[in-house]
Design a protein around this ligand. Structure first.
Ligand code: ZN
Ligand code: ZN
Length: 434
């Protein structure tokens, strides 16, 4: 058994973990670096990196498995050799395809070259998928050679994220991916760990929030704060991620309680909201059931515009929509208008992010009134502590997806667990952290 953390012990994102036996191996995530948090690589450098990882240490049975669809986990999937199978959850594939297809349409309409994007779409379609089991059912494991993998869904800031239980050569390894304890669907986290996963040998956990002392606000508190703002301001625009089902529920709940029309003006948001509505209508709990109005950016219905102006509205938008939002705002009283910024603050604070994703700061600059209402998609310190105590690793605890100066050792844990935390950049028995 070999566990190699290729990237992630000293950076948030860009995650790559390799787990190998004598005959088989899997990579968990093949993520790209997040702009501003780590040096960006050129396309050629990314290709060379993935090829060197895949060509080195080869085994008979091999695969790449993705925990969720964020760029810092799936960003390099198109460089993985076609001979290696890639796996993701059905919801992850659906989200990625919805996003890429909307992007593709934009490229085609703008007369730009869409070949690279076409290739990425094909590689996503080629991925094998697993389905989330019905409510209260145990997920089905599958094998890559002699490695057994069981995915368990978790709450994160994107739909259908999973942690992976990996079993091989008598060892149990839990790789958490990105997760949190303060979302609506987080109530399943500890029962899942206690009843299905139990004690493990090695825990690989994310540690994004290790350097932040305060507890994360739960998603329902975010909804209450939004509701209060929607009652204060007649015209409210909310900037949020189209693929974050829980945040969209938060916004929809707030709009309903504040008695505001719930509006979207984005093709992607319209598609993901439709998807979430049918997904949760078809599965166990009815998590999401939104009543909404779609405002076409090219041919807006006059009746809807008038209703919005008369009754007020809560309109959810993405970072790329500042132009259309500006147009809508022209006819509204600026004093009665508010932007709820419900995304990571790094997008408008880090210079590299502003350069890569200018839409976030552009959107903020349109409004006189702006309020940040957001909570992280990542586990706070207390949740990480509780996860460690619950799975009580027998051999090792490894922190990834964390800042270089952040350590699991700073958590409040008994000494016998602290002793199992593997320092960064270490070669130890069967574990290597780079
Ligand atoms: Zn991540
Ligand atoms: Zn993530």
């Amino acid at each position: 058994m070999q566990i190699i953390i290729h990237r992630g012990t000293h950076q948030i994102g860009g995650c790559i973990t390799e787990i190998a036996t004598a005959s088989s191996r899997i990579f968990i995530d093949m993520g790209d670096n997040l702009p501003g948090l780590e040096a960006p690589l050129t396309e050629a450098q990314k290709q060379a990196l993935v090829e060197s990882l895949c060509n080195h240490n080869k085994r008979t049975h091999e695969a790449v498995i993705y925990t969720h669809g964020h760029f810092d986990h799936v960003g390099m999937l198109e460089y993985v050799p076609a001979s290696m199978d890639q796996y993701m959850s059905q919801g992850t594939q659906d989200m990625l395809l919805l996003k890429e297809e909307v992007l593709q349409k934009g490229l085609e309409l703008g007369g730009r070259n869409a070949d690279e994007n076409c290739f990425r779409i094909q590689r996503i379609r080629d991925c094998k998928t697993w389905q989330r089991p019905p409510h209260r059912h145990k997920p089905q494991p599958w094998q890559i050679g002699d490695i057994k993998i069981t995915p368990f869904f978790v709450s994160h800031s994107i739909f259908d994220a999973h942690m992976l239980l990996v079993e091989a050569e008598g060892k149990k390894i839990l790789h958490t991916g990105d997760y949190r304890g303060h979302g609506y669907i987080s109530k399943g986290l500890f029962p899942t760990l206690q009843h299905y996963i139990k004690q493990v040998d090695v825990l690989i956990t994310e540690g994004t929030m290790l350097n932040r002392e305060q507890e994360a606000s739960p998603e329902w508190v975010i909804s209450q704060r939004m509701e209060a703002m929607m009652k204060k301001f007649k015209y409210v625009v909310i900037l949020a991620s189209a693929t974050d089902i829980e945040r969209l529920m938060t916004i929809e709940n707030a709009a309903r309680k504040a008695n505001r029309l719930f509006v979207t003006c984005s093709l992607l948001l319209d598609k993901t909201l439709k998807y979430f509505t049918s997904f949760d209508g078809g599965q166990s709990q009815k998590l999401f059931n939104s009543e909404r109005h779609k405002l076409s950016p090219t041919k807006p219905k006059m009746k809807l515009l008038k209703d919005m102006q008369d009754k007020g509205f809560a309109m959810v938008v993405g970072a790329g929509h500042s132009e259309r939002v500006e147009k809508i705002m022209q006819n509204l009283d600026n004093e009665k208008t508010l932007l709820i910024y419900s995304a990571w603050d790094g997008y408008y604070q880090l210079p590299e992010q502003i350069e890569t994703n200018p839409g976030y700061s552009q959107m903020r600059s349109l409004f006189k009134n702006v309020v940040d209402i957001h909570t992280s998609g990542h586990a706070d310190r207390k949740t990480i502590e509780k996860v460690i105590r619950t799975v009580h690793p027998r051999e090792a605890i490894i922190g990834i997806h964390k800042e270089a100066n952040a350590s699991l050792g700073s958590l409040n844990l008994p000494e016998e667990l602290k002793d199992k935390i593997v320092p960064d950049r270490l070669q130890l028995d069967y574990i290597t952290t780079k």
